[in-house]
Design a protein around this ligand. Structure first.
Ligand code: PMP
Length: 383
């Protein structure tokens, strides 16, 4: 017998598998609208100028010492201002337990482990659909999962009444995973809202506006948790820089929670990486660089918003009798197209267009050069 003879290969990740298939396709027409990473109008990855400038400032000066277990305090302070507001009373009152995390994924995972440890009987309610990795994260943290209604297939919009019913019917004290969307009834049942904010600035072009849902919850007096990521809005994908924060009842509780979060991090990865955290803290604490960043976020968001209009217009121009309003009504990096898995398969096999089988189109992969081709293919498979 061998040690690992019983180990089967893992199934392909539904999102990362799409990129692999795309890379292996030799067609010159191929289009990747699978992965959620921003591309410019030439389909190229982008490093923001504010990031290049911050890198130039630290080049040669950076020592390679460890960060503390909770990461860079400076980075965390600046990051909290983005979510809770520049003048947040909660920041002044030191009521927020916060640590640097391994981007948004790491922040979610750290929270899930914390939830399991300190509310072991609690469940997490996850919207349908969601980023597929949410299920894996809470599963590996051994938190039991329920789902709540979010998407309405007919309107291709929000299933508000379905969602409200699920929130009302959930056992008291449940945890709800929310993307940055404006709904606010969880207080009635004493639920705990946990916000995954992976795209602050990408929806409207303005990080302040995109924090609106969180600010409303704060005004309404909720305690909550937030996962923040700089992968998308600062283009720091591979640097793995993010933040987990938990708003507590008072400063004493915040100290307790923070030290427990650090205790969970210690045996997993000890302390987070330094380079990306330094870039973020330089950019957010320097008014010129911060302004540069805000402009660059807006350029990215505006390009995506422009591509939504272009894609919709191009499909409509071909005489499609179906409604494509949802393409421009939805916000953020993705368009949940409503295409069925078989239609997605045809997009890939006939047209070399790569996306996940749930019909999710990454608008960041759409450009002025491929939008007509994409529109035509979508029209063909949806006839
Ligand atoms: N949450 C959501 C909803 C996402 O789409 C993503 C990235 N695709 C993440 C979290 C995590 O991204 P990262 O770990 O790169 O910050």
């Amino acid at each position: 017998s061998t040690w690992w003879g019983h180990v089967d290969p893992a199934p392909k990740d539904p999102i990362l598998g799409v990129t692999e298939a795309f890379l292996a396709d030799p067609s010159p027409n191929k289009v990747n609208v699978g992965v959620g990473a921003y591309r410019d109008d030439d389909g190229k990855p982008v490093v923001l100028n504010c990031v290049r400038e911050a890198e130039a400032r630290i080049a040669g000066n950076l020592n390679m010492e460890y960060l503390p277990m909770g990461g860079s305090n400076h980075m965390v302070e600046e990051t909290l201002k983005l979510a809770y507001g520049e003048d947040s009373e909660f920041i002044k009152d030191k009521r927020i337990a916060a640590v640097q995390a391994l981007s948004g994924t790491g922040a979610c995972r750290l929270f899930a482990d914390f939830q399991k440890r300190y509310q072991p009987e609690s469940e997490i309610y996850i919207p349908v659909p969601t980023w597929a990795n949410h299920h894996n994260i809470w599963r590996d943290a051994n938190v039991s999962q329920k789902t709540y209604h979010y998407y309405h297939p007919e309107s291709k919009g929000l299933d508000f009444s379905g969602m409200m019913d699920d929130i009302k019917n959930a056992p008291k004290g449940s945890f709800f995973l929310l993307h940055a969307c404006a709904h606010n009834p969880t207080g009635d049942k004493g639920h705990f809202p946990f916000f995954d904010m992976a795209y602050q600035g990408f929806a409207s072009g303005d990080p302040e506006k995109d924090a609106k849902a969180i600010r409303i919850f704060l005004q309404d007096g909720h305690l909550l948790g937030i996962s923040q990521s700089f992968a998308k809005n600062m283009g720091l994908y591979g640097q793995r820089v993010g933040c987990l924060s938990v708003l507590c009842e008072d400063d004493k509780q915040a100290v307790a929670v923070k030290t427990r979060l650090q205790q969970i991090a210690r045996p997993m990865y000890s302390n987070p990486p330094v380079h990306g955290a330094l870039l973020v803290s330089i950019i957010l604490s320097d008014p010129d660089l911060k302004n540069m960043w805000l402009k660059e976020v807006k350029v990215m968001a505006d390009r995506i918003i422009g591509m939504r209009t272009a894609l919709r217009e191009n499909i409509e121009k071909l005489g499609s009798p179906l409604s494509w309003e949802h393409i421009t009504k939805q916000i953020g990096m993705f368009c949940y197209s409503g295409l069925a898995p078989e239609q997605v398969d045809r997009l890939t096999s006939q047209f070399h267009i790569y996306l996940t089988r749930n019909g999710r189109i990454s608008m960041a992969g759409v450009t002025t050069k491929n939008v007509e081709y994409l529109a035509n293919a979508i029209h063909e498979v949806s006839k």
